[in-house]
Design a protein. Structure first.
Length: 80
């Protein structure tokens, strides 16, 4: 099942399938390791839902909700 990163629940994991966006924003995501094939775990969500903290490639990364909406993943497992 495909899902956007901003729709994930805490504890859910997935494999990145596509990264949308253009120019500097897409390049920034790639530079942070948000690339197809990487496994992502949603660790935390701020009280108002923005930003999100994920674990990717062995480190913690904080993304804005708008950035997370550009990342499509294949849901792997975890809680909902």
């Amino acid at each position: 099942m495909l899902k956007k990163l901003n729709e994930f629940g805490i504890g859910e994991t997935g494999i990145i399938k596509t990264v949308e966006g253009e120019g500097r924003l897409r390049r920034r995501l790639f530079d942070m390791g948000v690339t197809p094939g990487a496994e992502v775990l949603l660790r935390k969500r701020a009280p108002l839902g923005d930003p999100l903290e994920v674990t990717i490639r062995g480190y913690e990364l904080t993304l804005r909700k708008s950035e997370a909406s550009l990342v499509t993943l294949e849901v792997k497992g975890g809680t909902k």
